[in-house]
Design a protein around this ligand. Structure first.
Ligand code: PHE
Length: 464
């Protein structure tokens, strides 16, 4: 009998995105997430509105976009996951630590992210059930602490989120990630515009917009600059291997600089649209713009409960937030999954399941110590709850540090020619001037900026 023999060493054909359209939506799906709708509004609220927005835009242009191009460049050139990429680049083994650090960051982020995403999923059901009809500011706060504090409910919802994300990833890059992001991102956009129109017709609209866009630098602190930088990295999913992994699925003819710019601009627009949906409401109903992480969960139900067809809008709003959270989490989970699958040859399904179990275990720590919950006896590490610690370590340390190392490897250890060749899609488009300028920024400007911000955080220098 003739047996069909498998060649053991035949390279497995790597799956990738099919079109430029798919590349754009998948990348935007990673960027747009809870960062836009949950983090951005409360951070802007806590750091003084418009002035913070300007610093944030500055960070996006001079620190985040260069890192994004570097990650996409490494990913597409090597067509490998975050660890293997550095093996293929033939640089010293040290640089592989960028990949490992990225995997650790991915787990830390997923643990608190899945917790917040769990509250969002729960809020869709609460809204459908009509739980928010006629609520007041106090009962909105009470409902939020009920949702976030118990033991069973938050963990259960967190597990549901992890299961949904796992199912998409198991389906693969094209049938899972590509299909889901291409369908859901346009829906998200339409829903957010509808919410904006409603919010802008509220009586507190001008106060809300004034808060969001008025530039008052006196409210900005040095800490605020670090926060803006961390937010930029978090928003564009940088410094932890996500963009590198997605870059490895990019089509050969994709313009990497163009896609980075389009994604950064679209993502910032979504953040601003989310702010425009939230702040007029905050002022209309007399809540504080600095209500912290619970802002979204306390204000939005309150606002929509007060207006005609509010409940439909409320369901829509939490549904769009759930879309954002899910597509972003898909891209985080893909980092360890791609590594286990490609480097360790673990079948995709098994890789996803193992990653899911680890997230659940660490995620429980985040869930039990989240906003208002003190089930771990208020345990603190370095003065922070687990939830805040995971957030702080990933956004303010690991991601900027990962980004810094990526800039250094591209600017100082890889050849400029390779960089330009890849960005020009092997000579088929003319990107020479843009690539030249970008290279200078990558080599000198952004690393220096990051060092200044770091030294300031450590208290070695004082920015203000
Ligand atoms: N960019 C996502 C957001 O804003 C978060 C994210 C971080 C996604 C890191 C992937 C990797 O919510």
């Amino acid at each position: 009998m003739k047996s069909i023999e498998k060649e053991p060493d035949a390279p497995i054909k790597k799956e990738g995105f099919t079109t430029g359209f798919a590349v754009f939506f998948a990348t935007l799906g990673s960027a747009v997430g809870l960062g836009n709708i949950w983090k951005f509004p409360y951070l802007i609220g806590a750091n003084g509105g418009g002035a913070f927005l300007i610093v944030y835009l500055f960070c996006i242009i001079f620190a985040c976009m260069p890192v994004m191009v570097c990650e996409l460049f490494i990913g597409r050139k090597t067509r490998s996951n975050a660890v293997q990429a550095f093996e293929k680049l033939k640089v010293k083994p040290f640089w592989k630590s960028i990949g490992f650090m990225g995997i650790i960051a991915a787990f830390l982020i997923m643990s608190f992210y899945s917790c917040v995403a769990g509250w969002v999923y729960l809020y869709i059901f609460k809204a459908i059930k009509g739980d928010f009809a006629g609520i007041s500011a106090q009962s909105a706060a009470a409902q939020f602490s009920k949702a976030s504090v118990g033991i069973i409910s938050p963990i259960l919802w967190q597990i549901i989120v992890i299961a949904v994300v796992s199912a998409v990833i198991i389906a693969g890059v094209q049938k899972g990630i590509e299909r889901v992001t291409k369908t859901l991102m346009p829906i998200l956009f339409i829903l957010i515009i509808i919410c904006d129109i409603r919010s802008l017709t509220l009586s507190g609209a001008s106060q809300g917009l004034d808060f969001l866009f008025r530039i008052d630098f006196s409210k900005l602190t040095a800490q605020g600059i670090l926060v803006a930088l961390g937010l930029g990295f978090f928003k564009l999913s940088l410094g932890m291997g996500t963009m590198l992994t997605y870059g490895s699925y990019y089509t050969d003819d994709n313009n990497l600089i163009g896609t980075s710019a389009k994604v950064a601009v679209s993502d910032t627009i979504v953040s601003i649209l989310a702010g425009v949906a939230i702040f007029p409401a905050v002022f209309t109903f007399g809540m504080g713009p600095d209500n912290g992480p619970g802002l979204l969960f306390m204000t939005i139900p309150l606002v929509f409960s007060k207006i005609p067809f509010g409940n439909v809008l409320l369901v829509a709003f939490f549904f769009l937030t759930a879309i954002a959270a899910t597509t972003a989490m898909i891209s985080m989970m893909e980092v360890p999954v791609a590594y286990l699958n490609e480097s360790k040859k673990i079948p995709r399904k098994k890789a996803v399941l193992s990653v899911a179990v680890i997230i659940m275990l660490i995620g429980i720590l985040a869930s039990l110590s989240a906003d208002g919950a003190s089930l771990l006896g208020g345990a603190k590490v370095f003065g922070l709850t687990f939830f805040n610690l995971f957030d702080f370590v990933s956004s303010n340390i690991l991601m900027p540090l990962g980004g810094f190392l990526i800039l250094i490897v591209v600017g100082w250890f890889l050849s400029k020619k390779d960089f330009e060749y890849e960005l020009s899609n092997k000579g088929s488009i003319n990107t020479k001037t843009a690539a030249d300028m970008l290279y200078l920024v990558i080599k000198y400007v952004t690393p220096v900026l990051l060092i200044i911000v770091f030294l300031n955080t450590l208290g070695i220098i004082r920015l203000s």
